[in-house]
Design a protein around this ligand. Structure first.
Ligand code: SAH
Length: 208
C-alpha cells in the first residue's frame, strides 16, 4: 500500500473538497500516519471516509470531522489544548502539530495505555496523557486556550468551562444519545455558542 498517496487522496477528496482550508492542518493530515493508529487488519482502510473500530465499542473518528473540529478551534502555536477522549491518539497527534502542547484524558484503561505507548513510540513530545474522567478535565494544567471533546456528554460539563481560558474556544457534541449537534463555544465576556453541524459520537461515559 502506498500510504503517502492514500493520505494525499484523503486530504484532497475528504478535506479540501469539503472546504477545509487551514494549511497547517492540511500538512498535519499529510504527515500523521493514520494507519499506525488502528489495528493491523484495518491498516489498509485507515484513510477511508468513515470512522473505524478501535475496540471497547470505541472508534477513531472520521478524518473530516476531526479536521472540521480542529479548524473551528483556530489553534495557534502558543495554545495549550485539552482533549477529552484520547481513543487511538490520532486526533491528539494531529493537534500536537498545531499547538504548543496537548493534554489528553481517556477513561478506558486499555485504550489509554495503548495510545500513550503509541504516541511515545512515534516520538510525539508535546503530548501529555492522563487516565481519568473527562468530566473532571485536567485541573492542574488549566487554563486551556482550546478544548476539544470527542465523545458526547449528556449535559455540558461545567468543569471544562471553568478550565477554559478567557477568549478560549471549546468544541463539543451535545444534545442527544445517538445523534448530536456539534457546538463551538467561545468564552468572551459573555459565552457565545455557535451550531456547527449534526454529528455522531460515542457517548461520554461516567467513571464507574
Ligand atoms: N478522537 C479519537 C476518537 C475518540 S472515541 C481518535 O482519534 O481516536 C471517544 C473516546 O472517548 C473513547 O476512547 C472513549 O473511551 C473516551 N471516553 C468516553 N467517556 C469518557 C470520559 N468520561 N472521559 C474520558 N474519555 C472518555
Amino acid at each position: 500500500m502506498n500510504y503517502i498517496l492514500l493520505r494525499k487522496n484523503m486530504v484532497d477528496n475528504q478535506l479540501i473538497r469539503r472546504g477545509i482550508k487551514n494549511e497547517e492542518l492540511i500538512n498535519a493530515f499529510l504527515s500523521v500516519k493514520r494507519h499506525l493508529f488502528v489495528d493491523k487488519d484495518l491498516e489498509d482502510l485507515a484513510y477511508e471516509d468513515y470512522p473505524l473500530f478501535i475496540g471497547y465499542n470505541q472508534t477513531i473518528s472520521q478524518p473530516y470531522i476531526i479536521a472540521l473540529m480542529i479548524e473551528k478551534l483556530e489553534i495557534k502555536k502558543s495554545d495549550s489544548v485539552l482533549e477529552i477522549g484520547t481513543g487511538s491518539g490520532y486526533q491528539t497527534a494531529i493537534i500536537s502539530k498545531l499547538a504548543k502542547e496537548v493534554y489528553t484524558v481517556e477513561l478506558n484503561e486499555v485504550l489509554y495505555s495503548l495510545a500513550k505507548d503509541r504516541l511515545a513510540n512515534l516520538g510525539y513530545k508535546n503530548i501529555y496523557t492522563k487516565l481519568g474522567d473527562g468530566y473532571e478535565g485536567w485541573k492542574e494544567k488549566a487554563p486551556f486556550n482550546k478544548i476539544i471533546v470527542s465523545c458526547s456528554p449528556s449535559e455540558l460539563p461545567e468543569k471544562l468551562f471553568e478550565q477554559l481560558a478567557k477568549y478560549g474556544k471549546m468544541i463539543i457534541p451535545l444534545d442527544a444519545l445517538f445523534f448530536q449537534k456539534l457546538y463551538l463555544y467561545t468564552k468572551n465576556d459573555t459565552i457565545d455558542k455557535e451550531f456547527i453541524c449534526d454529528c455522531r459520537f460515542v457517548p461520554m461515559t461516567r467513571k464507574k
